[in-house]
Design a protein around this ligand. Structure first.
Ligand code: ZN
Ligand code: ZN
Length: 256
């Protein structure tokens, strides 16, 4: 496990803008079992309250969602790029919901990345861990009546752990990132990225205090989904996007 700083390759690499032209005719065999291919479609400056970034918009052949990256510094050809995979959470990210800690996770990650020589945050459009906003509200409703987050998803007919990191992996490859230091509490994320050929040189814990509204949710994630969370010491949260659910099981309510 190396802890080298992010270092850009000395070989001549294009600018981010050049990736749009590079990808115009891009058509690869694809990543993962669904042969997912991603193209860089547009790049622009994006100054934020967390620091200065460039926003990179991707097209992909899989889900018709508009996934983006916020890029800080020169990541092209770089090693040990501090990287965060964040899944969209409208209620948390935009509306400030306290049922999860997505907004804090997002803000802390962006601040962390902005303080590094270079880094990437992939903002993945997987609302409600992939079940969509409507189903997320349904799941919240079930949780209001006493189910935990895993059982609520199962009761709605969704699997608890069914993720696909191919889009994220291809997006990082599109940015010509050579290796990443992944900001995450979730060991599965490291393994999944590596499965798709992304070299992960380090895992950086993403530590954020829990609040009274999300403590049970976070404990459920720790107890049932294998996150590295220590509630006896400093409480911190797993990603909201864990686990992402991409396809419903047949048959409605089910046990594991
Ligand atoms: Zn491709
Ligand atoms: Zn959330």
């Amino acid at each position: 496990m190396t802890r080298l700083p992010c270092t850009a390759s000395l070989t001549s690499v294009p600018r981010l803008e050049d990736l749009v032209e590079r990808d115009r005719e891009h058509d690869c065999e694809g990543f993962g079992s669904h042969s997912i291919c991603v193209k860089v479609e547009a790049v622009a400056d994006l100054p934020t309250r967390f620091g200065r970034f460039r926003i990179v918009a991707f097209w992909n052949n899989r889900d018709e969602k508009e996934h983006i990256a916020l890029v800080h510094g020169d990541v092209l050809g770089a090693e040990n790029v501090v990287t965060r995979l964040h899944s969209e959470c409208l209620t948390g990210d935009a509306l400030g919901s306290l049922r999860c800690d997505c907004r804090d996770q997002l803000g802390v990650a962006l601040e962390r990345i902005a303080a590094e020589p270079c880094g990437v945050l992939l903002y993945l459009r997987q609302e409600g861990r992939g079940i969509g906003l409507l189903n997320k509200v349904r799941a919240y409703s079930l949780q209001d009546s006493g189910l935990d987050t895993v059982d609520a998803n199962l009761a709605l007919g969704f699997r608890d752990d069914e993720r696909d990191y191919a889009i994220a992996a291809h997006a990082l490859a599109s940015l010509t990132v050579k290796s990443v230091r992944l900001l995450t509490n979730n060991p599965k994320k490291v393994a999944e990225l590596e499965k798709h050929g992304i070299k992960v040189t380090d895992r950086i814990p993403h530590v954020i205090p829990a609040n009274d509204h999300n403590r049970f949710y976070l404990q459920t994630k720790a107890n049932r989904s294998g996150h590295f969370i220590d509630f006896d010491g400093k409480p911190h949260v797993p990603e909201q996007d864990d686990p992402v659910v991409v396809a419903p099981d047949a048959g409605g309510p089910s046990a594991e």
